[in-house]
Design a protein around this ligand. Structure first.
Ligand SMILES: [Zn+2]
Length: 328
């Protein structure tokens, strides 16, 4: 059987090749995983926008946990037992600061004392704006949640701030989990590129909408407005979780009745029925702004989507309106 010899050689060669390939593969795999075999970081994010940024930066190395569900307001959030449990397990907690998540100040010290706390209001390079004055529209009763903040904590609604936060997150993760530093850095770079694109698009898209009249019921938007040159005819700086007083309501309705068509932006996490009632008999057009991403899904693209949807809502409602002179 003269053909046996070459066949056997071939078979041996083949098995040698397979063995060699396996060896190379195993060595490679061992090499690739030997360093990042450390367990994934346990990360907790206070609100959905923070969660979205963290999820993008740690993509491929686990997912963060979210504390405040996006259909709830962080201004008056009450922690549940499961929140406390998750907090106690976290290694890193990202939050904006006590100006937004007042409920979290004590639990961070008591429950999450072992974790690294990153107060995002301290992010290097952040633009922080003073709180919008809303004394005129103050609720009749003084609520505990209504501590008058000196600064506006809705910092994520400025794309440059989101980029600064992204960098801080990548640095935090890399310091705590150095074996995956390259991954965190690359993820952050990808996210920053996306944010720059969305920002550029929004600048063009919203430029023609200066001086279109609208009302909001939550002083959350000045970062977005500053960035894209939007000027509200009037902003009722009242959070709908606080009821409006009769005097303030009369002033609001007088302003609304003096306007041609205008937009009223409601929010998914607040009571919309009450807000609608304020505008009965006026030419209000209702739309929604979603500064927390309550209507969004997914993790990795959550934050760019959030900015994009905000811009789309503004454009949809404001485009058909006539421009009015800016408020004095
Ligand atoms: Zn808010």
């Amino acid at each position: 059987m003269p053909h046996m010899f070459p066949l056997k050689v071939f078979a041996n060669l083949a098995s040698l090749t397979v063995a060699l390939a396996l060896f190379v593969l195993l060595t490679k795999t061992a090499h690739a995983t030997s360093q990042p075999s450390s367990p994934h970081l346990k990360v907790m994010a206070s609100i959905a926008p923070v969660y979205g940024l963290a999820a993008s930066v740690m993509q491929g190395a686990g997912t963060p946990r979210l504390l405040v569900r996006p259909n709830q307001s962080p201004h008056d959030y009450v922690m549940r037992p499961s929140d406390a449990r998750h907090l106690s397990e976290a290694q890193v907690v990202f939050w904006i600061g006590e100006e937004l998540e007042a409920f979290l100040e004590r639990p961070l010290k008591n429950i999450a004392s072992q974790a690294v706390h990153v107060r995002l209001l301290d992010t290097p390079g952040l633009t922080v704006l003073p709180a919008q004055d809303h004394h005129d529209h103050q609720a009749d009763q003084i609520d505990i949640a209504e501590h008058i903040e000196a600064i506006d904590p809705h910092i994520w609604l400025d794309a440059d701030n989101a980029i600064a936060i992204t960098r801080t997150m990548a640095e935090t993760f890399s310091a705590l989990d150095p074996s995956r530093a390259a991954l965190y850095t690359q993820n952050a770079q990808n996210l920053i590129e996306k944010l720059v694109k969305v920002d550029t698009r929004l600048s063009k898209q919203l430029a023609p909408l200066h001086n279109r009249p609208y009302f909001t019921f939550h002083s959350a938007y000045q970062y977005f407005e500053h960035r894209y040159g939007l000027h509200a005819q009037d902003i009722v700086n009242l959070r709908p979780d606080l009821s409006i007083g009769p005097k303030a309501l009369a002033t609001l309705r007088a302003k609304a009745l003096a306007l041609p068509k205008f937009c009223v932006f409601l929010e998914p996490e607040f009571d919309q029925q009450t807000t609608r009632k304020y505008f009965v008999g006026t030419p209000a057009i209702f739309d929604q702004l979603d500064p927390l991403g309550a209507n969004l899904e997914g993790a990795e693209n959550f934050f760019p989507d959030l900015l994009e949807k905000m811009g789309a809502s503004m454009q949809d409602c404001l485009s058909p309106l006539a421009a009015t002179s800016p408020r004095s």
